[in-house]
Design a protein around this ligand. Sequence first.
Ligand code: PHE
Ligand code: ZN
Length: 862
Amino acid sequence: MLDAQTTAQPHVIRREDYRAPDWMVPEIALDFDLDAAVTTVHAVLKVERNGSDAGPLRLDGDGLTPESVRVDGREAEYHMDGDTLVVPLDGAMHHVETVVRIAPERNTQLMGLYASGGNLCTQCEAEGFRRITFFPDRPDVLTRYRVRMEADKTRYPVLLSNGDPVASGDLDHGRHWAEWNDPFPKPCYLFALVAGDLAVNRGTFTTRSGREVQLGIWVREKDLAKTEHALEALKTSMAWDERVYGREYDLDVFNIVAVDDFNFGAMENKGLNIFNSRYILADPDTATDQDYDAIAGVVAHEYFHNWSGNRITCRDWFQLSLKEGFTVFRDQSFSADQGSAAVKRIEDVRALRAAQFPEDAGPLAHPIRPDSFIEISNFYTATIYNKGAEVIRMMATMLGPQKFRAATDLYFSRFDGTAATCEDFVRCMEEAGEIDLSQFRLWYSQAGTPRVTASLSHEQGSDRALLTLRQSVPATPGQPDKQPMVLPLKLKLFSETDGSAFGPEQLVLLSDLESEIAFEGVSERPVLSINRGFSAPVVIETDRSAADLAFLSAHDDDPFARYEAMQQLMLDTMIAGVLHGRTDHAPVIEAVANTLGDERLDAAFIAEAVLLPSENFVGDQMATVDPDAIHRVREALRRDLGRSLEGLWRQAYEASRADRFELTPAAKGARRLRTVSLGYINAGGAPDAAGLAFLQFEQADNMSDRQGALGVLANGSSDKRVAALDIFYNRYSDNGLVLDKWFSTQALSGRDDTLDQVEQLARHKDFTLANPNRARSLVGAFSVNQRAFHDASGRGYRFLADQLLALDKLNPQTAAKLLPPLGRWRRFDADRAEKMRAELERILATPGLSKDMFEQAERSLK
Ligand code: PHE
Ligand code: ZN
């Protein structure tokens, strides 16, 4: 048992300490005698000495006790060094056999072998394999796996593992067995097995060189009808990776299993992806358009890992962004190709700003290639994933499509079958791209979001405009001084008089602290469009007036830049409101009216463009966040927009009504605009708004419309609110994924009593911390509801800390990921900051705290 003393200072692991493994394990034979209560794992490792070190074999374990250890067939001497099994070995090659017993049904951490909904499954990334058997649990040890599973045939009729099925058969006492073989050497974090009562939706895909691949999506029988979208997305992804990256699938089978209890989104185990069921199951009645898109995106992401992650893996966990940043970039590009690329870019940037920018500006800031960690699970962050993807995107932008493709080809061919580093990847970009990325590498080592100030001057009567750019990178924990970085900025100048451009778009690489760029042939004061397409993940500060921004929001020919100009205009307006009380809403109202009335724009884009930046995002721009003032000012602007443009909202609402359900980009865009319009009609206080929402709620033939209407009602105080929540609950009480929506819709409400409601919901019979999706749907959603969470009483903070401490006992990994909102204390007034700190101190002082929570809480206090 851990006590208060022994939790004191967990071990810090440093990137600079990397050493090649002393022993390799070219082969393993794993034998599982599967049972939920007690599973016996018998492992035979062929081990080979690596290098000249004469040391013993050290095998990682986590909570394992060896029942027997044999070397080359004989009982062997061994000892335990903490959780590590140490076996002295004389020769250069041996066979080491171990037997351990584990208890899947008592595994609440959901790492290693665990039970979910009566089935058994595994999760090994990052360090879960050591909870299954003794092994050198590090990604640079690549092993060929042969897996034999034995289990009760009635409870576990389906037995799956990585690679190809080899053989299977029946045994006495109602038991059966199956054997799988994976011909590709892999790190142990990619190991997987599933045993369960599962139905399958099968498909096939023929690769461009003619290999026929058997695809299978495995779920519970009752969910089988909800797997078609995932299967289609898988086929589309396989074809896309062949076409865009020249990557073909390499095994005869590709299986995906959906489970309800999962710490993350999904996992790319070789040939056997395991998914959180929320990223597989969909039908129009239970999944929103956003869910459909997320499913396709995650299916693609995990599939793409087969090359960027599995064929080429990471040398050590500090290189995590090598596979995650690149694979996110790949899935973003895939999704952009399936619908509106502009809207996809807007969504990705919104996600980056919501999750990564605050991380980069707070106590948990870290570079995309971190230098140290205590618990690697804490580094599956928006920085590694999303900023990592932006870094790849910048290189793709600088190289251009042909050279970028040549560079990825080079990377895939040079490092296939190896465990590589970020440096290896960058060197391929340099070689094939014929470009020097020395300074660009700072993106891998420096944390913090760069800021760029841009000011454009034009002398009246002259033919020349001068743009001055300055960059600064803020100090972050452990990195007080920063060097200037390479920032690829796409820009263009426009004429205010007729909306035409002064020359084509330019790509400027800002690499100095300050730089001046002259534009010739500019006969009048131009309007600056900068960081088009969000070409660099930075914050841009300009002196552009409301009129300039309104102009760009109507005339810029880059859709992202149009969106961005509108966002900036809205942001400036709200910030002025918070800082100076009253503010002029007219420019925003006019710009929104223009966008709504622009017939060249599609509904999906309009719906994104007219949405106000979130309360959190407004807060992120301020020196001290005032959650109540931000809420008040934003609601006032919403009300004004709703009221002044009521006719236009009603027009948009009617125009986007559909006769029948379709999943085309156009139909999805129309639904989005419909619910956004409904929200504004309601915000404007129209007397029939609640009735309209309730009608949409009741008549909906799809979840987007239904949940959209529910969200509008849940924010208000009409008598329809409780009715709708009850109807929704009763209609979907047997569907966990939809109940998650019921919890999160209430936790995200802007009502005054949300904190009380959330405290009550935590006692609801359907609330449980044991299921990560459910925990996130209430606790996670509430903690990003800025006003409710930051209630001046401090009750929101106490609620979160209580939930985190309870969850830490069950599932430290999921608990620790929910802590960061408490770490934002520096951004709030002294009173709130003190209350937030007090909760962090209380967490840190709790006996038996996991190292996951310890690391997050301790760093958050610094
Ligand atoms: N590697 C997974 C992905 O991004 C994420 C993951 C990490 C899943 C750790 C489970 C555990 O695709
Ligand atoms: Zn991934």
